[in-house]
Design a protein around this ligand. Sequence first.
Ligand code: SF4
Length: 324
Amino acid sequence: MNPTGTQTDAAAGTAPTPREAALRAEREAHKLEKRLCHQVGQAIIDYHMIEEGDKVMVCVSGGKDSYGLLDILLKLQARAPIHFDLVAVNLDQKQPGFPDHILPDYLKKLGVPYHIETQDTYSIVKRVVPEGKTMCSLCSRLRRGILYRVADELGVTKIALGHHRDDMLQTFFLNMFFGGKLKAMPAKLVSDDGDHMIIRPLAYVAETDLERWAQQQAYPIIPCSLCGSQENLQRKQIGNMLREWEKQYPGRTETMLTALQNVVPSHLMDPRQHDFRGLKTTGVASVDGDKAFDAEELPLPARAPMPLAAQPGARKIAIELSPS
Ligand code: SF4
């Protein structure tokens, strides 16, 4: 029943009225906004991404992820108990056909401080990379260097990137399958030049949510493939694999993200992370019983990433990982 006492579309099995459909869409949009703000806020807290007085440079490419990142950070900035500044930065790499008015127009309308850096990396990449080879790796390297310089010029204290949960998991599997490493994409890290703090506030956010949010907000999306470069095929395959898994086993992606926050070095095989050589018996029985020969008891898949601090054993893991 709806508030007027008449039967709703669901109960009656009929199509919703336009008003019902609009109300439902509004409710869904509100729920999504709440979830995005909560997940971004939680990641910021868990990894101490933003502190009082920070000036955060938000890298905006014109893609759905960075639009979403800027949007959510602005919402959080308005209600955060601490003060921090945001500045949106876009690098115009002079790809042919890049619509260079779209971002300035959008950012001006949004009222956020911004800077557009124009550097023709496209010509460099075209000149250096042989025809038919993917250009993304050199393009990203050049972009990184320029963004670090801009960060210095703008006096920012943090650089925020729009990578999300699915990017992190894709990177994890790429490294495992093709690089022989258990290594994902960190939520927070010091840049390779040692001078900048990089943060990924969308670390807990699902790509599908960002897609939905971008549609709802009608962001003026600019494709990254203007340069004509092929998307990384391996990353695409891994992305498809993750999406298929999620379809078959809903919740698996969240569980995998939780696993990245729940590392047990003593049960992996890296002697640099755990002192297997110096391992000694303690003479004290484990409260959990004998784990050496028992099959692992697996809980049901987690539905949402658990805040780090709330995870059982979080403190213990932190101690195990910290150098003694
Ligand atoms: S698709 Fe083009 S612009 Fe985007 S990262 Fe690759 S080379 Fe650079």
